[in-house]
Every structure is written in C-alpha cells, then in structure tokens.
Design a protein around this ligand. Sequence first.
Ligand SMILES: *Cc1c(COP(=O)(O)O)cnc(C)c1O
Length: 228
Amino acid sequence: MDNNSFEVIRENLRVIRENIGEALGKYRSSGDNTDIMAVTKTVPAETVNCVFDLGLSLLGENRVQEYQSKAELYDKRADVHFIGHLQTNKVKYIINSMSMIQSVDSFKLAQEISRLAVGNNKVMDILCEVNIGGEESKNGISPDELGGLLQQISSLEGVRIKGLMTIPPPADSDIYLGRMQELYNRFRDEYSMDTLSMGMTHDYVQAVKYGSTIVRIGTGLFGARNYK
Ligand SMILES: *Cc1c(COP(=O)(O)O)cnc(C)c1O
C-alpha cells in the first residue's frame, strides 16, 4: 500500500462526500443522511483498509470466497454487508461475520438465513433486492412480487427486514430510481424500514436525490477494477 493510493482514495472520497452533501442540501429534508459503503470486489484488503482512517467503516462484499480470503486482513472497525448474489448453501459462511445481507430476493434464501440466524442466536438484518428495470441479466425480485415476498419474510424468526436494495439499469437512472423511491415509500411504514440502498459510481448523485440512504461505491473510490 503506497502513500500515493492513500492520497488518491482520500481525494476521491472528498469529492464523493462533497457531491452527496450538495445533493442532500438540494433535494432532501434537513437531517437526512446518506451513508457511503466502500465496495471491495477485486480490491486488496490493505487498500480497502485505507478507508477506515478516512472515516468510513461500511464495506460491501459481492463474493463469499473473496470475502473469506480477505476477512482476516480487514481492519477490526469493518462493518460488512453482503451485496452480491448469494447461494443458499453459502449463507453459513457469512451469518456470523456480517451485519446485513442486502441481496435477499427469494423466500428460500430468507428461510435459510432465518434457520442459521436462529441457530446462532442472532437476528440478521436484510434488504430485499428489487429488479426495478426487469432486466433478464439481473437478480432481484420483480416489483410486482415484492409485497408478497415481504409478507412471507416478515413471518420468519431471526430475520429483520430493514429496507430495499437495487441495481437499476444504467440508462434512464432518474426513472428507475424514482420508481424505487415510490416502492420504498409504499412499504416503509408497514415494515418499519429505514434503509434504501441504491446508487453506484455512475448514479450516486441521482440516487441521493431519490432518497437513497446508502450509496455503494467501488470504482469511484478505489479506481477501475483490475480483473485478472
Ligand atoms: C460492484 C458493485 C457496486 C459498485 O459499483 P461501482 O460502479 O464500481 O461503484 C455496487 N453495488 C453492487 C451490488 C456491486 O456489485
């Protein structure tokens, strides 16, 4: 970890915070806030660890195996959420080390989280992932089926619904982010939700406009991903 990357990450984060602050001031009520999650995929643990001295503590993990190879190396201040597609048979590897699973999109997955949470004497916070653009290539429950899924999940022990998550289509951000805000507002009170996770490097400013409470930033913080 050279000093140079720390300075680059520090400057990236300064700009992100400035942009979020501006959007909050323009579009949201006073007192509203949006947290920044550092999305770690492909980024070495020592680089990820730069963020803790810059005041971030929330990390987003996409892959169970990659997380397992890095978890030991992360700063002890890390608060980790799972944000990738999660296979039912892998829940057991993250149930005790993560504080939220943001990518729940089936009752079967929620049932397994419930079973393991109860077995480990804990309550796992979850978000339901919504495929707001109806894209074939994306995970997530369709908006039409969301109400039914929430109702089913709310009967499970060991699982607490905190809100919704989405990865909208890259184009027409405003339309899809706006639809997510409507969905969130429709279910928020009924399920005591407080989390709307949306916004990535290319659309986080618009996401703040439409009520995001967590933006998930990878490339905008750490630079372009280096897939090997
Ligand atoms: C990779 C990823 C992000 C971050 O994407 P960037 O464009 O690099 O900011 C956010 N959310 C999820 C679910 C991701 O997989």
